[in-house]
Design a protein around this ligand. Structure first.
Ligand code: 1GP
Length: 241
């Protein structure tokens, strides 16, 4: 029995800040994993997320196996597609793209994944995934063929997050999209958090310690950062334990 979700809940209740380093199998070479994970291990990161919008078949399996050789941190799949599901990881964000209206990403791919998930030992964390606009088209938007929610439409963002919780999602993920030009505004994070009883994940466009800090202060329980580490691994130096 894995306790990754329970630990997220306990941390959220005690305001312990959680940080996930996102690794995209499409961008990380297996031979660079050891060096990269050494830096993750000395940082304040508490989780490793693995996933991307466009990943070749088998790449995630190989990558996760290599990551697990170098760390005890929980490795959580954040898949853009079913082919990224591997039992080498510890847990899976079972994402429903509730900001969009593409049935494939609301329920269709989940039905396709069901028999695979039934036969492997992964902790499944149902997650309401909410994509917010970002000034440019992100790969989630392009691949899922959905429209993100407008940042100015706070009411719809709040209602979407609440509906996700009422549907039984265990986590809500507010996403600006990988490589977003600007992170999600603290006002949006705090208003969404105020009305939820489940942990809140926030990601997309966070590139500085100040932005990270602001997201936590606003109410993010777990923050996801990918691009900032891809662009400059010295960012880990600012996030040492
Ligand atoms: C993307 O939220 C994550 O799904 C992380 O985004 O790559 O911009 O940090 P960045």
């Amino acid at each position: 029995m894995k306790n990754i979700y329970r630990n997220i809940v306990v941390s959220s209740k005690s305001s312990k800040r959680l940080l996930a380093v996102l690794i995209d199998p499409d961008k990380m070479k297996v031979e660079n994993v050891s060096n990269f994970i050494t830096k993750v291990n000395t940082s304040i990161a508490t989780h490793i997320f693995v996933g991307g919008s466009e990943v070749n078949n088998g790449a995630t399996d190989v990558l996760v196996e290599e990551i697990k050789k170098h760390t005890n941190l929980p490795v959580v799949l954040f898949p853009g597609d079913i082919i990224q599901i591997t039992d080498k990881a510890d847990a899976l964000l079972f994402l429903s793209l509730i900001s969009g209206r593409n049935p494939d990403y609301l329920i269709g791919k989940h039905v396709e994944a069901a028999s695979k998930l039934n036969s492997i030992d992964l902790e499944i964390m149902p997650t309401g995934y909410i994509l917010l606009e970002n000034g440019k088209q992100t790969s989630v938007e392009r691949v899922s063929k959905t429209q993100p929610l407008k940042r100015s439409d706070l009411k719809t963002i709040l209602h979407t997050a609440k509906a996700g919780e009422l549907l039984g999602m265990k986590l809500i993920y507010l996403e600006a999209g990988s490589g977003a030009t600007h992170p999600i505004e603290t006002d949006i994070i705090s208003k969404v958090k105020q009305q939820l009883h489940i942990p809140l994940i926030v990601g997309g466009g966070i590139r500085s310690v100040n932005e990270l800090e602001s997201a936590y202060i606003a109410g993010a329980n777990l923050v996801v950062i990918g691009t900032a580490f891809e662009n400059d691994e010295t960012f880990f130096n600012q996030l040492k334990k």
